[in-house]
Design a protein around this ligand. Structure first.
Ligand code: PHE
Length: 443
């Protein structure tokens, strides 16, 4: 449940719909699902297996199985996770702010939500306090040890999130022109597939499953030996993919019913949903709107917790530092790392930050998130190489057979061998190089 909570987050509800919207809808969905099934699932299984086998943090696990040099791969993941958390926490702060402004403020009385959102994220004051608040809550839970706190939150919040999504889907489908949205999202036009669609689907699949940077090694180290890793991985993948799928099914009918463009980009969810809540009965709209953003905050919280846990586990396991102190210091450092992302959203005086985006004019947050994304696919590729060259696939199978009697003779075992040994490292290696050429070299 905790790992599913790590997977389900802003990635599913905020990022997945806007990337799908920018990449032709159904074509993106199709490629995304193929990546989840063929590439991400075996990587997910491998990551948890490493963690459970070694029983340590990301760095410690690689080092214990593969020696000091492989430990560097763990460190690489720990740095990526800190980068992701730095900007993710800013977006979580926006969601937190939206919850408060809908529940207690007059957000739903605005006339133009696009302009409102633009001004909102430029307002350093509120972004600063909301994301600081979010980081403090994250740190507080991590200091108490992750297991009790979040498993509880997940057991209540996840079902509620599903219920709200399903309710919004049913509501959306009754609106005029909703069918155009459904068609956009579910009927692929294969001519729509561009190389960018493939890149974005892969990055998103890795991001959404929290893969490639050691979060699942860390969580895997808490998994008991009598548990079935393969079926846990299946539950995590299905739960995560389901939320992303439902988020898309909710958003696109709404987008088409109000005549907006699906390729709106990052503001999509923040602009479209308030508009829909506004059109509902005032009390009802405020209630549903506030509940929706509250669930989004919980989903984001179980993800930020898992991110902060990665460097924490490293410093506690390896450097024997006290957990509480480590958590608060890391939270502060990562919060400060997020400030450039925060002010890069158009806050006056900080335009220079956005010149760092190499040949493209990107804002700093996009730049950091591109950088973090590429570290996930590279990390995943190296992890497969680690398993097949250093740890050995047969050893991984041994680990996976513990707690799963049928695994030894299953088809899945053969597929995972093939995927970790050949398919994943090749596809991830090639696509990572292409994505780097595209995003950072301008080819
Ligand atoms: N998977 C999370 C989401 O979809 C984000 C995340 C990335 C969490 C990396 C942990 C590590 O929102």
């Amino acid at each position: 449940m905790a790992a599913a909570g790590s997977a389900v987050g802003l990635g599913n509800i905020w990022r997945f719909p806007y990337l799908a919207g920018q990449n032709g809808g159904a074509a993106f969905l199709l490629i995304y699902l193929a990546f989840i099934l063929l590439i991400c699932f075996p990587v997910l299984v491998g990551e948890i297996a490493i963690g459970r086998h070694a029983g340590l943090d990301a760095y410690g696990s690689y080092k214990k199985i593969g020696g000091k040099k492989w430990g560097l791969l763990g460190l690489f993941g720990i740095i990526s996770v800190a980068l992701i958390l730095s900007f993710y926490n800013v977006v979580a702060g926006w969601a937190f702010g939206y919850f408060l402004e809908i529940a207690f403020g007059d957000l739903l009385r605005q006339s133009d939500f696009g302009t409102f959102f633009g001004n909102y994220i430029q307002d350093i004051g509120s972004s600063f306090w909301f994301s600081l608040g979010f980081m403090v809550i994250t740190a507080f839970i991590v200091t108490r040890g992750i297991q009790h706190g979040i498993e509880m939150a997940n057991k209540i919040m996840m079902p509620l999130l599903y219920i709200i999504l399903l309710g919004m889907i049913v509501y959306g489908i009754t609106l005029p022109n909703a069918m155009s949205g459904i068609r956009f999202y579910l009927v692929p036009e294969l001519g729509e597939i561009r190389i960018q669609t493939i890149f974005d689907a892969l990055r998103q699949a890795f991001f959404s499953l929290s893969l490639g940077m050691g979060a699942l090694i860390t969580y895997g180290s808490y998994v008991k030996k009598d548990q079935n890793v393969v079926s846990s991985a299946a539950i995590i993948s299905v739960a995560d993919t389901m939320v992303a799928f439902l988020a898309g099914l909710m958003i696109f009918p709404l987008v088409f019913s109000v005549g907006m463009q699906p390729a709106e980009g990052p503001p999509l969810v923040f602009v479209i949903l308030p508009k829909i809540f506004q059109d509902m009965h005032p009390f009802f709209g405020r209630f549903i709107g506030a509940s929706f953003f509250l669930m989004l905050c919980f989903a984001a919280l179980t993800s930020t917790i898992s991110m902060l846990e990665v460097p924490t586990a490293y410093l506690v396991d390896q450097k024997k530092l006290p957990r509480k102190k480590v958590v608060w210091i890391l939270a502060l450092v990562i919060f400060i790392m997020g400030i450039p992302s925060m002010v890069s959203q158009g806050s006056p005086g900080f335009e220079f930050l956005n010149k760092l985006g190499f040949y493209q004019q990107k804002d700093f947050m996009t730049f950091i998130s591109d950088l973090a994304d590429i570290s996930l696919t590279v990390g995943g590729c190296l992890m497969c190489i680690f398993i097949s060259r250093r740890w050995k696939i047969s050893q991984m199978h041994e680990e996976l057979s513990i707690g799963n009697e049928h695994y030894r003779h299953s088809f899945l075992r053969s597929y995972i061998s093939f995927a970790i040994g050949y398919l994943c490292p090749i596809i991830l290696g090639v696509l990572s190089v292409l994505i780097i050429l595209d995003k950072f070299v301008g080819l």
